[in-house]
Design a protein around this ligand. Structure first.
Ligand SMILES: [Zn+2]
Length: 108
């Protein structure tokens, strides 16, 4: 089946981020969207989240996962047990999405 993806905008990315921030009751220090070479997203120790502007070209679920992933780093800085438990709680299919996101990166 050919489902046409609705292209996301940068405003959509910010909106998704705001929604998750409310849901998780956490707040990034700053959120910026820019060109990134090797990553889809990142979170600095100061709580600044950077999103790759090309996330707009991916299916919404993958962009959503990337955003949730970075927001959860504000709570759990590494990829340990806590981090994974939180991901599983909020996005049960995150492991699948993670793989898709990594593959999307490789095919660029
Ligand atoms: Zn991470």
């Amino acid at each position: 089946m050919d489902i046409k993806q609705i292209q996301l905008t940068e405003e959509d990315l910010l909106q998704i981020t705001r929604r998750w921030q409310e849901k998780l009751n956490i707040k990034a220090n700053r959120i910026q969207i820019m060109k990134m070479k090797n990553k889809w997203s990142s979170c600095s120790t100061k709580g600044n989240i950077t999103l790759n502007n090309e996330l707009t070209k991916l299916p919404k679920q993958l962009a959503e996962y990337a955003i949730l992933h970075e927001l959860l780093h504000l709570v759990a800085p590494n990829h340990g047990k806590t981090f994974k438990a939180l991901l599983s709680a909020y996005m049960p299919n995150w492991e699948e999405l993670h793989k898709e996101l990594v593959n999307a990166k490789q095919s660029r």
